[in-house]
Design a protein around this ligand. Structure first.
Ligand SMILES: NC(=O)C1=CN([C@@H]2O[C@H](COP(=O)(O)OP(=O)(O)OC[C@H]3O[C@@H](n4cnc5c(N)ncnc54)[C@H](O)[C@@H]3O)[C@@H](O)[C@H]2O)C=CC1
Length: 320
């Protein structure tokens, strides 16, 4: 079989750390195994535009493996060119880079490595919540730039303790986020999901399920998004839904940027409706991009759309 692997280039970092597997140099550690079985492996990071290596090799590949970190977008157009394709594997969680309807119609199986990095994401969510709520990045920026205005930092620095925190999606990541937040002694942990937690886990965490998303958002000081990107979550957090959130709440979205409408989040941060946002952001599609969906892009700085500046002086959190 011809296996096409689409990963990011790591350069010298791949040598520094041979366990950095998700890169073109280390190839998920599967080259020897595949070749010993008689398969052909083609690895590339070149995935954009009609003349990309991805487009060149997709025509006769039988298996495509890619990751959400440097996704090879498998659009309908590409699927229609891929006459031998039987299997798309996501080396990670979340297969929104694949046109699932087209894959289904062409009887192409889509598999992902369920549970593969859920602890990392859950820890990242807790870190992002702390960074935002403790107002860490502006304090750090101020300090490394040679200043120290303690009042400017302290006025926007809060505790997680005593807050109401809710997750949209309580699967492998969402449930781990709640478990990790419990020791911070929040006022309440809430979740919105079609599927309830197992009763023992719900009891152990002390979480409460809320049937309607808007009802949960209206109660939360902090909201974390941990559901997949699909047709009913794309652009879910738009102006209207954000307006249902508590004034001055924090929003953390490490799931997929396209679940939030970037411009609406930016406006909400500017107006103080949101006190801060952390996580992924999607920007509108570039013209040259062959995939019909919005590509993901990270904001340059980890503060995301960030804390709204002096505006927050006028929007204190009611629960403090
Ligand atoms: N930033 C990152 O590095 C990573 C992000 N992710 C994202 O996180 C998502 C969740 O991952 P897991 O927890 O492992 O998946 P999971 O399948 O264990 O849990 C997803 C949960 O979301 C729920 N859900 C689906 N649609 C929903 C909706 N509209 N509203 C509320 N809940 C909904 C499901 O019922 C399920 O309980 C992935 O699909 C992926 O997009 C996953 C891994 C890494």
């Amino acid at each position: 079989m011809k296996v096409l692997l689409v990963l990011y280039d790591a350069g010298s970092h791949a040598q520094d750390e041979p366990k950095l597997l998700g890169c073109t140099e280390n190839e998920l550690g599967i080259r020897k195994w595949l070749e010993d079985q008689g398969h052909e492996l083609v690895t590339t990071s070149d995935k954009e535009g009609p003349n990309s290596e991805l487009d060149k090799h997709i025509v006769d590949a039988e298996v495509i493996i890619t990751t959400p970190f440097h996704p090879g977008y498998i659009s309908r157009e590409r699927i229609e060119k891929a006459k031998n394709l039987k299997l798309c594997i996501t080396a990670g969680v979340g297969s929104d880079h694949i046109d699932l309807t087209a894959a289904n119609e062409h009887k192409i199986a889509v598999l992902e490595v369920t549970g593969s990095n859920v602890t990392s994401v859950a820890e990242h969510v807790v870190m992002t919540i702390l960074v935002l709520v403790r107002n860490f990045v502006p304090a750090h920026d101020q300090y490394v730039n040679g200043g120290w205005d303690v009042a400017a930092v302290a006025k926007d620095s809060y505790d997680i303790e005593g807050k109401v925190i809710g997750t949209v999606g309580v699967g492998r990541i969402g449930s781990r986020v709640l478990q990790r937040l419990k020791p911070f002694d929040p006022k309440e942990l809430l979740y919105f999901d079609y599927q309830p937690l197992a009763p023992e886990l719900e009891k152990q965490i002390g979480a409460r399920r809320v049937d309607k998303l808007e009802d949960m958002l209206a109660q939360c000081d902090i909201v974390t998004i941990n559901c997949p990107l699909h047709e009913s979550t794309r652009g879910l957090f738009n102006k209207e839904l954000i307006s249902k959130m508590k004034q001055g709440a924090w929003l953390v979205n490490t799931a997929r940027g396209a679940i939030c409408v970037a411009e609406d989040v930016a406006d909400a941060v500017k107006s103080g409706q949101l006190r801060g946002y952390g996580g992924d952001v999607s920007y509108p599609q570039r013209k040259s991009h062959p995939h019909p969906r919005t590509p993901r892009a990270k904001l340059e700085e980890p503060r995301g759309l960030g804390q709204s500046p002096s505006r927050r002086r006028h929007t204190p959190l009611p629960t403090i």
